[in-house]
Ligand binder design. Structure first.
Ligand SMILES: [Zn+2]
Length: 854
């Protein structure tokens, strides 16, 4: 299918001659409730202009069949003009009307119009997800962000259903077993932002109103939906609270009224990503409807996503990037606003910047050290490139750099620049320069060199303190060394820490300065006593890796957990994690720090990331001869801290989950069995359904659960989520048969929906089962090219990344990976990128293991 992967050049050529007046789209999804029906009827009517009459162009459509194509009243033969991916349009007039009637396919991969049947009650649910280019799986269109137009949707659906789209519905008519919903025209928006959600969804409603400056009142009806079987868990009040706080905050900061009328937030099943900012109809993964107890970090995470998507209503939806090169224009901004808004809007999630420093930045640092890293403003040749760039650079590094920009120009200039940008480009498309122009006007600073250093280069700088002291132990000089190309201007704070009388490490000095070039001297510290700890980038203003001088590192080894400020402590944890990943701190030293200090970590989000990172350190970075010792250490740590945690606390739940993640010895596994059977209790710990599945997974991967027992658990939880957990557990059983079944279910068949593909892969790959899965490395390299060609990109990405032999950390696997790369120079660049990143992870693991061996 040559036309499936639209190139930037093609998009530019099309936008040069076409402009779209209106879309009218009619979808008939009454067939959805019939499991044997694979398709639905789609009619797309596009009124558009062509500045070069007589020219040829094309519309995009991925559909199994086209029934009719009419251009300017002339019927065209679908078999001649439609090739499976595009509708060829020739002899265009100045003003054109195109009508395409197609049979489009229901999706099971989360791309296009996804269909899901709830095992609890048999109800069918539909929703769309398009970014970057899957609206063409649902209706014929010009699939590129800069051909905006108003859309008018009409949806015919089973009579018992509700239907949501970007605009309010204006009329619902009933005919037999079907109802037809007519929606108001939208504002001009891009194709990837259109949305339809249909099914017997449970809905909760609320209302937001606000006085405008001109005395009028802005009214925004709010809705939140989820599947009926999740309604009993749906805390819509909490969702509406954050929503209203966000609407207040963004109206104040952006000074541009919310432009899309109503605001629906739909929580949908088997969703591939966190959420999507469809104007007026945001879709979220339904795992944000919490079925069991979760920690405050999960609520904070959800609130962050709510604000992220809301920020997109302005940055992304009102003003949209011209092409995917400037994806960061919306994602970096929204990612930044997710954290900034949690604080600024006055939500109860006051740890937002700690989470950002510790968790979000870890994603950016990892991505930015791959050989495939790229500048924040990327070179996106085509849609496959675009799909892979929803990554740690575009989101987390971009947001980190905007945080640095706010430190550089000040919040007021930054937001005034944003306000100008919205007004100037409302309903239009932009490139980097448009934002810079606005920010330069409001800040009075030249941002070209700043942008060149931060946005148009890749890689992370390393900042190291260089401290000299005199014979009395007083500072004679503190300099900041900068490594990594290019050197960048960094606005940073430097913190000096000393022990107080209680033994806590407290900040005694804070100096803010601009670091430029390879070496910058910090003023104002000469004569001060040498501190116990020097923390560069204190308060997390810039984006960099930080190192320590010898004494500071010794202080951290003795007392990392005794730093009194949670943000500073989170930065110290982040820094020692980077040292471990870089092979500069042996993995066993990192595990030792976790063992000694995780138990006193107050921030629940940081604690949960320590749990994940220590598991990674053990599985990938520990030398094989130290693994057994490390496993025993972490399991004992989990048990000790679980027993010590405050009954009923988030920390207790986090430690219980960590016990499930680390249990290996008989004693731990017996406790896991006891918790499941109810014969063992931990005071205050509720063993609810999600925790039960975590415990079952521990038993399954240790070979202490049978398929029969696992199927028995499904009887208690025969839900979509239960089925995913069961699949995960069955694939984790330590038998050749379990591995073969999981592999075949994903590789040899494309029957499974996205959520079960994910569960199979997660279960298949167990660090403790290296020998059992070693034989799959060779078949992996044999099948990935075919998988890439045949599967949807979403599924192909999961298979290529998920089945890579991550746990075969040996030279032979590295050599096999290199052999594949050398032998496949012509493979799709996006496929090569994924394999290169897996290879880099593997090489890093080998370096870290060598460091741990010594
Ligand atoms: Zn986003």
């Amino acid at each position: 299918m040559p036309g499936k992967n639209l190139s930037r050049e093609e998009a530019q050529q099309r936008a040069a001659i076409l402009s779209v007046d209106t879309y009218r789209v009619h979808l008939d999804v009454t067939s959805a409730v019939d499991p044997s029906a694979a398709t639905f009827r789609s009619t797309s009517t596009i009124a558009f202009r062509c500045s070069e009459p007589g020219a040829a162009s094309f519309a995009d459509l991925l559909a199994p069949a086209v029934r009719a194509v009419t251009l300017n009243g002339t019927a065209l033969d679908p078999s001649e003009v439609f090739d499976g991916t595009r509708v060829r349009l020739e002899g265009l007039a100045a003003e054109n009307l195109l009508v395409v009637e197609a049979d489009c396919a229901y999706s099971r991969t989360g791309e296009g119009l996804h269909r899901f049947v709830d095992p609890v009650d048999g109800e069918t649910y539909l929703y769309t997800h398009y970014e970057p280019a899957d609206a063409r799986r649902v209706f014929a269109n010009f699939e590129q962000p800069d051909l905006k137009a108003p859309f008018t949707f009409t949806v015919t659906a089973p009579a018992a259903w509700d239907v949501y789209a970007n605009a309010v519905h204006t009329e619902v008519t009933e005919e037999g077993a079907a109802r037809t919903w007519r929606f108001a025209p939208t504002q001009p928006i891009s194709t990837y932002l259109t949305a339809v959600v249909a099914g017997p969804y449970h809905v909760e409603r609320a209302h937001y109103s606000r006085e405008s400056k001109d005395g009028s009142t802005l009214e925004i009806p709010l809705a939140a939906t989820c599947r009926k079987s999740l309604a009993k868990y749906f805390d819509a009040d909490e969702i509406f609270t954050v929503t209203k706080q966000g609407l207040d905050f963004f109206h104040t900061e952006f000074d541009y009224p919310y432009p899309f009328g109503k605001y629906d937030q739909c929580f949908v099943p088997e969703y591939n990503i966190g959420a999507m900012e469809n104007p007026g109809c945001v879709t979220f993964r339904e795992e944000f409807v919490f079925r069991s107890k979760v920690t405050e970090a999960a609520y904070e995470g959800r609130a962050n996503v709510i604000l992220h998507e809301m920020a997109h209503m302005w940055f992304g939806d009102l003003v949209t990037m011209k092409w995917w090169d400037d994806l960061w224009l919306k994602e970096s901004f929204a990612d930044f606003m997710g954290s900034y808004g949690l604080i600024g809007a006055g939500t109860k999630y006051t740890a937002a910047w700690i989470t950002f420093a510790n968790r979000r930045k870890a994603w950016a640092y990892r991505q930015d050290q791959f050989p495939t890293t790229h500048p924040i403003t990327a070179d996106i040749r085509d849609l496959e490139d675009a799909k892979l760039n929803f990554d740690g650079i575009t989101y987390a590094k971009g947001a980190s750099v905007l945080k640095q920009l706010v430190a550089y120009v000040g919040a007021e200039a930054f937001f005034e620049g944003a306000r100008q940008y919205f007004k100037r480009h409302a309903f239009g498309n932009t490139v980097l320069d448009d934002l810079l122009v606005a920010l330069e006007e409001t800040s009075g600073r030249d941002l070209r060199s700043w942008a060149a250093a931060w946005l148009q280069t890749s890689g992370v700088n390393v900042l190291t303190p260089q401290l000299t002291v005199d014979a009395e132990g007083r500072i004679t000089e503190l300099a900041v060394l900068q490594d990594g190309e290019p050197a960048r201007p960094h606005r940073i704070a430097v913190g000096l820490y000393e022990r107080d009388t209680d033994g806590a490490l407290v900040r005694t000095e804070r100096v803010e300065l601009d670091v430029t070039g390879a070496r910058t001297v910090v003023d104002g510290l000469v004569g001060k006593p040498r501190p116990a700890l020097v923390l560069l980038n204190d308060d997390d203003l810039t984006y960099c890796k930080v190192r320590f001088d010898d004494r500071s590192l010794a202080t951290l080894r003795e007392g990392l957990g005794e730093i009194d400020q949670p943000l500073s402590r989170a930065l110290a944890w982040s820094a020692v994690w980077n040292l471990t990943r870089d092979g500069l701190m042996p993995a066993r030293d990192y595990l030792d720090l976790v063992d000694r200090f995780a138990g006193t970590e107050s921030d629940i989000g940081v604690l949960q990331s320590l749990h994940q990172q220590s598991r990674t350190a053990l599985d990938l970075y520990a030398a094989p001869e130290h693994r057994g010792e490390g496993e025993r250490l972490l399991a004992a740590c989990a048990l000790r801290e679980l027993r010590a945690a405050e009954p009923g606390s988030d920390h207790q739940l986090a430690w219980a989950r960590f016990l499930a993640l680390t249990a290996d010895g008989t004693e731990h596994l017996q406790l896991v069995e006891g918790l499941l059977a109810g014969s063992a209790r931990i005071d205050g710990l509720t063993v609810d359904q999600e925790l039960r599945w975590s415990l079952w997974l521990a038993l399954a991967s240790a070979g202490r659960a049978t398929a029969e027992e696992l199927n028995g658990e499904l009887e208690l939880d025969n839900t979509a989520s239960g089925r995913q957990h069961l699949t995960h557990c069955l694939a984790a059983l330590p038998t050749p048969g379990a591995k073969a079944t999981a592999w075949a279910a994903v590789v040899d068949s494309d029957e499974l929906p996205n959520a079960l593909v994910e569960a199979q892969i997660a279960g298949f790959a167990q660090a403790g089962q290296r020998e059992l899965t070693a034989g799959y490395a060779a078949p992996y390299f044999e099948v990935i090219e075919e998988i890439w060609a045949q599967r949807s990109i979403e599924i192909a990405m999961r298979i290529v990344s998920g089945f890579f032999p991550h746990y075969q950390t040996d030279e032979a696997t590295l050599a096999a990976t290199d052999a594949w790369l050398a032998g496949h120079p012509e493979a799709a660049p996006a496929l090569r990128r994924l394999v290169l990143e897996c290879r880099d992870d593997l090489a890093r693991a080998l370096r870290a293991q060598a460091a741990d061996r010594g």
